[in-house]
Design a protein around this ligand. Structure first.
Ligand code: S3P
Length: 176
């Protein structure tokens, strides 16, 4: 049985939904960002600050490979994980892919805390919305090989999880 990967931009609710979905399926849950932080023994903003984005992306790639050796896993990826074609290929090969989307203003609201998302940092409200829109545009296409896509803007995490779980049931992944 394939693993389940949750992909999508920052602030689309991948972690909250992934955790709940794992509970419903009886699968283990791994948040890739958390696994990277454990590997590096420091926070993601600190990795960006000390070592730079290229280093972070390599660590992300190595950690992804390690995580996907496991089975019966729901894996929440980082928003930029699928920028890398090798990562996309590996996820596609080993996982059913659920992609979460949200409107830029929803993403702005959900990522309001500074210091947590280094790729958006240093930007105030208006600039930050613009940065989100530009980043979404520059990442067009990278989320397109998902098996199922859910717009989470108007939904609670529970509604998103139920939608995903029903889709997986239709695809033969059983759950309670
Ligand atoms: C990133 C998204 C973050 C995290 C890192 C880079 C990105 O993950 O991996 O800050 O490039 O979009 P979330 O999508 O879980 O916030």
């Amino acid at each position: 049985m394939k693993n389940v990967a949750i992909t999508g931009f920052m602030g689309t609710g991948k972690t909250s939904m992934g955790k709940m979905l794992a509970g419903r399926l009886g699968y283990a849950f791994v948040d890739l960002d958390k696994a990277i932080e454990k590997e590096a023994r420091k926070s993601i903003p600190q990795i960006f600050k000390d070592d730079g984005e290229d280093y972070f992306r390599q660590l992300e790639k190595d950690t992804l490979k390690k995580c996907l050796q496991r089975r019966h896993l729901v894996l929440s990826t980082g928003g930029g994980t699928v920028k890398d074609p090798d990562n996309r290929a590996l996820i596609h090969e080993t996982c059913m892919i659920i992609c979460l989307t949200a409107s830029p203003t929803t993403i702005l609201r959900r990522t309001a805390k500074h210091g947590e998302r280094p790729v958006l940092d240093g930007k105030d409200h208006g600039d930050r919305l613009k940065a989100i829109e530009e980043l979404i545009k520059s990442r067009e296409g990278i989320y397109s090989d998902a098996d199922y896509t859910i717009d989470t803007s108007e939904l609670s995490p529970m509604q998103v999880m139920n939608d995903a779980a029903n889709f997986l049931k239709r695809r033969g992944i059983p759950h309670a």
